[in-house]
Design a protein around this ligand. Sequence first.
Ligand SMILES: [Zn+2]
Length: 316
Amino acid sequence: MVRKGLRHSRVYEARQLYDIYSILGIPTNKKLIVCPLPQHPHHNNTPSFSISMKDGHQHFHCFGACGASGDVIDLIGYLQISNYDSLNGEHVRRALEILSAGYKISPPARAPRTPALPNDIWETFVPPGAEVLEYAKMRGLKPETLKKFMVGQSGMFGKTWMTMPAFHFGRLQGIKMRNVHAVHVRDRYASMEGSINGLFNLNGIYYSPDPILIVKGEIAAMLLDQYGFLVCAPTAGESTACAELLPHMIWSSRRILVADNDPDPKVRRMMDEYAVKRAEMLRAEIKRPPEQYKDIDDFLLAEPKLALAAVEGWLK
Ligand SMILES: [Zn+2]
């Protein structure tokens, strides 16, 4: 949809933070209601107005006579602005203002996605054995850091994995596994069966008003945490924009998304597109290490002083 003259990030944010159900004052189990829009001709009380999740945000659609559809911003527009036109940037801007000034933030409930992993399964993998300790050392991670993040070792599928659990408020979301002897890019990472996407180190950044770093993976996050930075990493692959994680980091005054410099130009183009999309969803600024380094880990390990100064500069 065209959103002329509007910063997209504000639209994305509003879609994540306001709930159509709570604005209409209806229970979240109602999927179809009588159309509440003023332009709907009311001959009868047939429910025609549906609410669903689409492209990561709530969407309404009236299958009845008015045929209106849109997101939470459009809903406010139709309810409160006469002759609202969702393609008119000025109308959308006014609707957004009414929404943010007059309604309580109430992030929409997600379709229930529950991890199918027993909450304490990570304990069976700790403490890590010699192979993981050695691998972690090579990646710059100290034994205390491994302990702090409950990193372990698993011999699943005849391979040696470094296990890295992600928790949301004490609930295990999933366990990322790094094959410590991987030869090919494709063998490097796996997620333990039953994992769902989440935010690694959510506990470390939650409610913080300070600037935070958003990195690509658990290892970079642990490395930066060792240096005292507020850092988190979406556990989903780079192609996932992770809009659902924004409410978890909305208190931070600034968000810095740390992108990579992939040496393969084709991969680089794709990764850059993913980074732009993710940064837009999480309302973050993109920063990257100098071109000669593939990623922030490389930069930190090769030139720690310079890298730390750079990261501190990004957060200022
Ligand atoms: Zn209608």
